[in-house]
Every structure is written in structure tokens, then in C-alpha cells.
Design a protein around this ligand. Sequence first.
Ligand code: NAP
Length: 318
Amino acid sequence: MGSGPAGLTAAIYTARANLRPLVIEGEPSSTSDQPGGQLMLTTEVENYPGFVEGIMGPELMASFRAQAARFGAEYVTAKATRVDFSSRPFGIWVGDEGYRARSVIVSTGARSLMLNLANEQRLLGHGVSTCATCDGFFFRGVPIAVIGGGDSALEEAIFLTKFASKVTVIHRRKELRASKIMQERAFRHDKIEFLWDSTVIDVLGESSVTGVRVRDVITGEESDLPVVGLFVAIGHVPNTDLFKGQLDMEDSGYLVTQPGSTRTNVEGVFASGDVQDHVYRQAITAAGSGCMAAIDAERWLESQLDAPAHIAQTPRNW
Ligand code: NAP
């Protein structure tokens, strides 16, 4: 389940092991739980080994997908709506359509956090965005703001300078969480400005964004910043609602795996990638854990005397 670096690496490995993987890959949307995962919403990936000049995130994921398909992985382009891990073979549903699997690898990733302001939600797609790659093009020659102080915020800000007249990074503290190299790039960019110690308390505009209302967290003073685009880049939450009550998870929602493996609390169900990793969260670590999950699943299936080596049956209605 899931088609980011973890899910598709698991698909490549299980397909090459003749386990006939069926990838429930999600459905296209503007959020980071779409097929291909968060790399579909990123620009250039410069740190994935093997790509000296870097590669665009969507291009990298298209290659992963094609590679798994080459070895026989099959895809369902939809989101799973229900799972039943209480008995084997396990059940996964997409609406009324049900699938059985002898083993399941959960790689549903994580998605963008939002500020949870009413007008942020209302103006999503009308100036509010979580994806610079998707929407940056619409903000040519106009001022925009990015919220956050991590690598995502600075990556978005730097990318958006290609289009916007000015990019204001609004951060709630005076120190950035982002890596030093990203900080240096952002600080020396003449189109990027920083608004420190500030939180966005409202998004302004009727049919599209015209500005943001900002509060200085030290003085309490409020002011309006005129921008026509607002990019929210304040972190992520794991996509684990579907597994509540079935798989052990931390309070933050991240799935719990046994140390040194991808095993969950349910025998035969494995978890890989950002859905169980809030520490490293890199494409390469997600891919690595997808590989681990495939090997764990293969070994577990081999250990089941009565189970032929199939991860997914041919899709069929229940
Ligand atoms: P992150 O590191 O968790 O940073 C989130 C930022 O948003 C923090 O600065 C945080 O402020 C701020 N924030 C959180 N909630 C907020 C709220 N409600 N209102 C205002 N600000 C809020 O998340 P990320 O930037 O998405 O990065 C996640 C991981 O991916 C990191 O490990 C990062 O290194 C990695 N990453 C790497 C790259 C790259 O190498 N090219 C690119 C993107 C991401 P505080 O600092 O005050 O907590």
C-alpha cells in the first residue's frame, strides 16, 4: 500500500521475487498522499545517489514505477478505504472492491501539515498551496509568502524565486530548523526575505489570496502582508488513519515497527518509509526500508508452510 520510494522499492523487490505484488498506489490529488508520494511535490532531488546532476522528483518516481511494472507489479490507482488485518489472508478494500493478500507492506507515507485556519482551507487552490512545484508557475511576478523554517520551507522558497517577485519566509522563531546549506542559499538570495518571530493568524481574500495577517509572537502586534500566494511548509503527519485499532502506532500516528526490522505488531504485515520513520524521512531511507520490508515479507511467506509465495491475489470482488 503506497507508491512513494518505499512502496515502489518493495514492489520492485517482491516482483523480482515472483511474489506478484499489487500496489494500491493512491489517487491523484494536490496533497502529498497522491501516487508517487511526496517526491511528486518536490523539484530537484540533488541527494539521491546515482544522479550526479540531480533529478526531478516526479521523474524519479516515474522511473521507480516503470521499474516495478517491468517485473510484473500491478497497480490499483485509488486509495484504500478499509483494511482488515485481523485474519489471513488480509483484506484491503477500495470502496466496494476487495482484495486479499497473504502479506501486506504498508508504505502510505506522510502528508503536509496545515495551519488549520478556516480561510486557509477555503482558499486552498486559490492562492494557498502546499506544493511549489505544482503551483509556482501561477505566481509569476507577484509577491508570495512561505510559512515554516525547515528544509521544506526553504526549498519551496528558493524554487519560488524563479517565478515570484519576492518571497517572504514567515517563521515563528528567530532560528531556522533547516540545514545550514539551505539556510546559506536562502540568506544570500536577493528575492528572499524573512519575517521572524511571526505566525500567520489569517489568510485574507475573497475569491483568491490578497494577503496574510501576521502576529508578532513577542510584541503581539498584528499586521497585514500583501501577497497573492501562500505556501504552507510546516511539516508532515503520517497517513495512518486507516490502520487505527489494527496496527500499533505512536501518539503522533507513526507506525511502530520492531527494531531492526519492518515487522509491525501483526504477523505478516510490514511497514516501510515515512509512515514509520519520523527521524530520517529521506527518499533514500524510505527506499531502503521498502527493500527491507520486501525481504522481511518474502522470508515470512517462506516460513509459512501452507502459504504459497503470493503477496497479492489477482484483484477480485469479495
Ligand atoms: P520540519 O523539519 O519538521 O520543519 C517544520 C517547520 O515548520 C519548523 O521550522 C517548524 O517550526 C514550523 N512549524 C511547524 N508547525 C507550525 C505551525 N503550526 N505554524 C508555524 N510554523 C510551524 O519539516 P520539513 O521542513 O517538512 O522537513 C521534514 C524533514 O525532511 C526534515 O528532516 C528535512 O531535513 C527533510 N527535508 C530535506 C530536504 C532536502 O534535503 N532537500 C527538503 C525537504 C525536507 P519550529 O522550527 O519552530 O518547530
